[in-house]
Design a binder for this molecule. Structure first.
Ligand code: UD1
Length: 418
């Protein structure tokens, strides 16, 4: 599948933000901690379908109501405790079933996630912390085999490096562990807090989610719930950038401004001032964009998941900007593709690139390499002169719900073809 975009159409209207993919995935994994869950505001994207297949493979019963963005998961009768490589290779977030299955059933096997396009992404910290909780874990022939004799034991844990899915895995393991678990240097991302809120609704005892230290008092059992997922802050940020570049007036609705603060601050520095409402933004094209330097950091810092999209904005800034990705220093595959459209970007090594602006972009054929890189290509195509064809849009569909439809509705000339 590919996307054909004819650039430079001015956008106007409203785009409604979908539920957060990175919240929905751990929420689905958390369903394994109880018998039944109804999740609302689920984005119907490929990663969610992959997680559905994985949980169905374990014996879970899942019904998806695509029209209403609902997923009901019933995990009363699991028949397997293994996440095979065919799922894990497609989506690294499959590792999220490790904590819940181990803590509830005492054993689990998950294929070891390999490298991926955005660089080596180890899970050593997930494993190390589960071991400290009493799990016996070995990695054999590329499979993580974890067991625990009775229950996992709460203890004091520390993440040497902030890890989002690492914190989530340990949090899910700790809610059914014996005694108190203290997670130090926990990730503070809104998706971690959303997971904690879901678990609390299920009956878990958690304090401190959204801060560096999360405390969990284990309980014996969790109960079924209904829960609505938060809006996607990365999708919000992506449309904010599109609006800053090519909108006459774009209303971006169903957002939580608190979650995109670092993105707004960088936009302000660049001379873009979206109008903020309680749950929406109004944004329009800025005549002049200033160069800004960006360094990705864990939340509340500037997200690595927005680096590629912001780079396109900076190709339109007057002067030189430096972007440094401290989380995934190899996450620059989009650079080669943006060069095809005429951008002036140089890789400096050590996770740094320099972007020189302002450059006119013009349509070309490009390849989507990973999820956020693909989003940056769509943004570039929307502002480029002429036609851009983006190949391999599978990556885009992993995480952006109805992207082409949403953009078409506000006047974008964008079509999906075989
Ligand atoms: C999550 C997000 C992803 C985002 C990333 C960083 C989901 C499903 N995915 O990925 O979109 O880009 O956070 O915000 O939520 N690390 C280790 N050892 C570990 C775990 C991580 O060294 O055991 C390192 C990683 O290589 C990376 C850093 O820690 O440099 C952060 O990675 P992490 O937060 O774990 O990313 P994910 O949770 O995989």
């Amino acid at each position: 599948m590919k996307l054909e975009v004819i650039g430079q159409n001015e956008l106007e209207g409203e785009i409604r933000i979908s539920g957060a993919k990175n919240s929905a995935l751990p929420a689905m994994a958390a369903s394994l901690l109880t018998d039944e869950i109804l999740l609302k505001n689920i984005p119907i994207v490929e990663d969610i379908k992959s997680m559905t297949l994985l949980i169905k493979g374990l014996g879970g019963e899942i019904t998806i109501d695509e029209k209403n963005n609902l997923i009901r998961l019933n995990n009363k009768k699991l028949s397997s405790l293994e996440a095979p490589y065919e799922y894990v290779k497609k989506m690294r977030a499959s590792i999220l079933v490790l904590g819940p299955l181990l803590t509830r059933y005492g054993e689990v096997r998950v294929a070891y996630p390999g490298g991926c396009k955005i660089g080596a992404r180890p899970v050593d910290l997930h494993i190390e912390n589960l071991r400290r909780m009493g799990a016996e874990i070995r990695v054999e022939h590329g499979t993580i085999i974890a067991k625990v004799k009775r229950r996992l034991k709460g203890t004091r844990l520390n993440f040497e490096k902030v890890s989002v899915t690492g914190t989530e895995n340990i949090l899910m393991a700790a809610v059914l562990a014996e005694g108190e678990t203290v997670i130090e240097n926990a990730a503070k991302e809104p998706e971690v807090t959303d997971l904690a809120n879901l678990l609390i609704k299920m009956g878990a005892k958690i304090e401190g989610a959204g801060t560096d230290i999360i405390k969990v008092k284990g309980v014996k059992k969790l109960h079924p719930v209904e829960y609505s997922i938060i809006p996607d802050r990365i999708e919000t940020g992506t449309y904010l950038i599109i609006g800053s570049l090519i909108a006459k007036n774009l209303r971006i609705s169903n957002v939580i401004p608190e979650h995109v603060r670092s993105i707004i601050l960088k936009l302000n520095e660049a001379g873009v001032f979206p109008k903020e409402g309680s749950d929406y933004y109004m944004v329009r094209r800025s005549e002049k964009i200033n160069p800004v330097d960006i360094e990705t950091q864990p939340f509340p810092g500037f997200p690595t998941d927005m680096q590629a999209q912001f780079m396109v904005l900076l190709t339109q800034a007057e002067g030189r900007s430096i972007i440094r990705d401290t989380i995934f220093p190899g996450r620059f595959h989009h650079v080669d593709e943006l060069l095809r459209l005429g951008a002036n970007i140089k890789k400096l090594g050590n996770g740094e690139v320099s972007v020189m602006g302002k450059t006119e972009l013009s349509g070309a054929e490009v390849l989507a390499t990973d999820l956020r890189a693909s989003a940056s290509l769509v943004i570039a195509a929307l502002i480029a002169n002429g036609k851009t064809i983006i190949h391999d849009i599978y990556h885009l569909e992993r995480g952006y719900e109805k992207l082409a439809e949403k953009l078409k509705k506000v006047g974008g000339n964008i079509n999906k073809t075989e």
